[in-house]
Design a protein around this ligand. Structure first.
Ligand code: PEP
Length: 249
């Protein structure tokens, strides 16, 4: 049995306004279960009211991106230190939507991860193959490239979480088979062990993300090597998000 506490993280993406986000955060906090760590990642502008709403609650707040620089002439961007100052403990980096919409490379994700670590934020680094890559048998090759390029030196089980998110499973209702998820998670852990060490590989949490919902959460969360979930759509509904959390083994 793994010593890793499951993490159930909600990526709210570009959804919500102040009032409904506070209500969502409070509803999640009211139903929180002790079996797993809970994290919500609102859009940047909603972080302060959500942090406020969760004062004295056990739910962590994270961001969906940060800049790699500490400060400076980067119009529209937000630094890791600013997120930390606003009450964040985590930041999602290299999500496939950022890689696609903003052309984020592994090198850029790596520099953002360095910045997150320097600001004492836990980096949730996302990797995952496209459907074309899966269909052509290139899944593990793609994952290796993303891991090697996106993870900086200095990764530990405390400062980094890895999220395996097949691009074709995000928001589509489709999920890989349990065997496929187990294979990729096992592969990621081995890659981390080879690059860093086995202690770090044993400590680092590897989340599954992609169309996780109450009806499939238990089956996905019990797969060997799955240490929780990164949840998009279903994290916008407190009942669904809490049902997923309650499915943690
Ligand atoms: C995500 O975007 O990280 C995600 C997993 O989305 P969904 O749960 O909606 O597939």
């Amino acid at each position: 049995m793994s010593q890793r506490t499951p993490l159930i993280a909600g990526n709210w993406k570009m959804n919500g306004l102040v009032t409904d986000s506070i209500a969502l955060a409070r509803a999640i906090a009211d139903g929180a279960v002790a079996e797993c760590d809970l994290l919500v990642c609102p859009p940047a502008i909603l972080i302060p009211p959500v942090v406020d709403a969760l004062t004295n609650r056990t739910i962590a707040v994270g961001a969906q991106d940060c800049h790699f620089a500490e400060s400076g002439a980067h119009t529209g961007d937000i630094s890791a230190a600013m997120l930390r100052d606003a009450g964040c403990s985590h930041v999602i980096l290299g999500h496939s939507e950022r890689r696609a919409d903003h052309g984020e490379s592994d090198k850029l994700v790596c520099s953002k991860t360095v910045a997150a670590h320097a600001a004492q934020l836990v980096a949730i680094v996302c990797v995952g193959e496209t459907l074309e890559e899966r269909d052509s048998g290139k899944t593990l090759e793609r994952i290796d490239m993303q891991l090697d390029g996106s993870l900086p030196d200095g990764v530990t089980g405390e400062n980094t979480v890895i999220a395996y998110e097949p691009v074709w499973a995000i928001g589509t209702g489709r999920t890989p088979t349990p065997a496929d998820v187990a294979e990729v998670h096992g592969h990621i852990r081995e890659r981390v062990a080879t690059r860093f060490d086995t202690g770090i590989a044993e400590a680092v949490r590897i989340l599954y993300g992609g169309s996780m919902k109450p009806s499939n959460a238990a089956a996905l969360l019990k797969i060997d090597g799955v240490d929780g979930g990164l949840i998009g759509g279903a994290s916008l509904n407190a009942e669904d998000f809490l049902a997923i959390a309650a499915s943690c083994p």
